[in-house]
Design a protein around this ligand. Sequence first.
Ligand code: UDP
Length: 482
Amino acid sequence: VAASPRPHVVLVASPGAGHLIPMAELARRLVAHHGLAATLVTFTDLSAPNAHPTVLSSLSATQVSTVALPAVPLDDLPADARIETVLWELIGRSIPHLRALLRDISSTASLAALVPDLFGSPVLPLAAELGVPAYVFFPSNTTALALMRSTVELNDGAASGEYRDLPDVLRLPGGVLLRREDYADGFQNSKEPAYARLIEEGRRYRAADGFLVNTFDEMELGNPEEIKQAVEQSTFPPVYPVGPLIRPSSDEDGASACLEWLDSQPTGSVVFLSFGSAGALSVEQTAELADGLEDSGHRFLWVVRMPSLDAINFALFTGHRSDRDDPLAWLPEGFVERTSGRGLAVAAWVPQVRVLSHPATAAFVSHCGWNSTLESVASGVPMVAWPLYAEQSMNAVLLSENVGVALRPRATRADGLIAREAIAAAVRELMDGGEKGRAVRLRAGELQQAAVRACAPEGSSWQMLQEVAGKWKAAALGRQKQ
Ligand code: UDP
């Protein structure tokens, strides 16, 4: 007798390397460890060409299917539309294509669940229409989710135009204290259209059956009882920490000039600097960072991107760089020559998990994107927090003040820049083993162990995913019997 096909989960990854990479890993684990079949849905538009092809080709060796939905028109959106708006519109307008795909899949298999990511709330009504569970994949941490929840709950019953501002200081479950300037983008001011969009989005999340969050217990400090209580009293669906979901280094391209360069550096000697898929510094800040690195006297590998006044560069996000762009041309005169031998500046997309897990790499100056953070922690590499956009400021607070795995130089100059002295001091503190530097390094080592434990069989994240997959399979079986 032929075995009936496995229940099938469909994951929908919005554009952006930071969404696609952990969702691909989630799909892989659901298939490899938890008895499900999976399709990972992506979008033809804005598909982040840097990460997209390699992530998808690495999945071809697994049993995860991949489908890119056809392009939809977006040219009516204003040229300066925020990235979040573009993503919501893209996904909303793609729903008919997704519906057709789901009908197709359910003609041969039993649908187990729909899993859109944080920008995919337009997908949730489709799950209700088809009668399947819906879980939102949240690629950041539970603190970021708690900020969303607090904002929505503060505005329950309020209509657009009457929304209330969050307080200047917010205490989140677990004891994280956030100041207004560290709130994620869009949460600072209730008068801004972005605030209203976030509330609408957050309200739609309530239609989900749960959140799968890319984190693990030890990354979420604080009193576990308090966190548990807050979750129980929440008006939001339950939270399942299932991370860290990190791309295996073997999936990344192993042939790269920066890996070759790292091979020739002493163990534990190199500071790695990268600001994610789309982070950009101003021309002046780029120069200040270069000076600070030079002053520190340490070895470095720096992924340099085109300077921009916007902390997030849309062209970088979608990977549509112009061939004429040469970010290295913006480094200070003579910098490359003066640091040659001990420093390497590259403009290319680097295999970041391989770089972080390389024995030569000792510290990471990072924009605190949550994937980069988890990759650093999983390699036991301490960080210098340099937040730029999205929820990175709050991640920087969490990492430097609560988790204790990062140092955070501050922008104390009158022009708002982080000064070369502060940069050199943070790098030296970490690399030369000052008291704070040693504490942060120790913590990185502890978290590395905890990350391994969380994802091993019987570990907390493995168990969470097992529990959720069990619910999905039971529901699929129930529907089959009807
Ligand atoms: N990344 C990479 N090479 C690069 C830049 C980024 O492999 O040159 C990967 C990085 O390892 C991470 C993802 O892209 O997995 C970026 O996600 P993150 O959440 O750190 O930041 P975002 O780009 O979403 O702001």
